[in-house]
Design a protein around this ligand. Sequence first.
Ligand code: ADP
Ligand code: MG
Ligand code: ZN
Length: 506
Amino acid sequence: MLKSPCEEQHPREAEDSHRKHEQNNKLSEGIKKDIQKLYEAVPQLANVFKIKDKIGEGTFSSVYLATAQLQTGYEEKMALKHLIPTSHPLRIAAELQCLTVAGGQDNVMGVKYCFRKNDHVVIVMPYLEHESFLDILNSLSFEEVREYMFNLFKALRRIHHFGIVHRDVKPSNFLYNRRLKEYALVDFGLAQGTPDTKIELLKTAQSEGQKEESAHHSVQRSVFGERNFNVSTSTCQENSSTKLIKQSKIIDISSRKLLIKKKIISTKTVSNGAARKAASGCPSNLTCDCYATDRVCSVCLSRRQQVAPRAGTPGFRAPEVLTKCPTQTTAIDMWSAGIVFLSLLSGRYPFYKASDDLTALAQIMTVRGSRETIQAAKTFGKSILCTQEVPAQNLRTLCEKLRGTNSSSTRSKGATHSDSPHDPALPLDMDKHCATKSLGKEVQHLQSCQEALDGALENKAIDRKGWDHVPDDAYDLLDKLLDLNPATRITAKEALLHPFFKNMRL
Ligand code: ADP
Ligand code: MG
Ligand code: ZN
């Protein structure tokens, strides 16, 4: 409760900037040990690579910088992603297939090699040196932001064309080299397939995922009431409290469907039961029969998943994801891209600092309006109860206020809400984080808010970098990305053709 979700959401970025300061010093003991352990776990790496540093550390993987000696004598930099050994083999194979099939062009990261020994899988990718989003956010020119978004949509158009829903679109998964103007969408660890996906393994991964999700659904539903209490008593007391309920009719139908589904699934599990038992009864160093092949054998498939199914970052989740709508499409990535765009236009990152889904939903309401959110949720069969009404905000007014700039260009369109006496222009959590909390991490955050503000003021004085002429097209695109209704939300293909990107080459 006292942890700042904001800190949690970008531990890597924090680590990255920390690393910069000790770049010239020797590696820390901890990193040295991790590198040593990786060499031991996957010895064949040592024949090819010199592992230089750890550049990313998440819950599900560690990423290292390594060099490979080429025959020409030239050293090539690579990124080695070591997946945690507890990941489900199908999940790993699906992540790899996304990279091999869709990767390597249009700003989607490709793959060079993959190494495996026992449970340890290492994906080798070309290394793209990249900025920390937080470090550069307030120094980007408007034109750089335009290019950034254009290139993000290029990547999304490509993966969506292959029927891949990324499900974790956020700055740390979209690498950006400012100097070279290079971009790469990474991390398919959460990806799922559309019904007509071209990624074979996402077809299985999808049904696996649904199995997981439906199993969780029935458990989660029973604690939903409790979570609502938490939301309305702690997080949202002075703002809107949200309550998410399923229309009773829908509950009946879907729980019956779930039951039927479960029966089918359980018969499947029973028929696999013998193999599963045999596998789990064997010593753990049992050699499987898919080693060094491109198949996943039954021994590996029957390994139990030891981690809770991965979830994206609440602050980037679309309303239909937050309300657990069962049919989720590529539109959820477009919402997340909209949140990234919102950060770029407002100079605030992360924009929404929610640690759970209902808080995230309440925060969305403070920007997009509670009535509008409820209305949209109805279209995908969800009913939201909200004790307080909050109006939708004008996106330009909100972003300019947060950035500390004031546009001289036309701002005629619907600036109605921003002039209200209570000044609701600050999103819910912004108030909370920047004004009322005074715990250690919160103070840090407060300082970074102040720095962002100072930075913005400095910008204003010295170089506005195009921020005083943000065209209406920018906010029109943002509005279409943050469309609460996934059915009408703009697609990546459409976004690239939006007037905001006129005279950019595809
Ligand atoms: P995770 O699933 O743990 O989030 P990612 O694939 O997102 O793993 O990688 C974590 C981090 O490692 C990224 O945010 C990025 O900083 C770094 N990284 C990943 N792939 C590369 C790459 N090909 N080149 C450079 N850095 C990379
Ligand atoms: Mg990641
Ligand atoms: Zn195997």
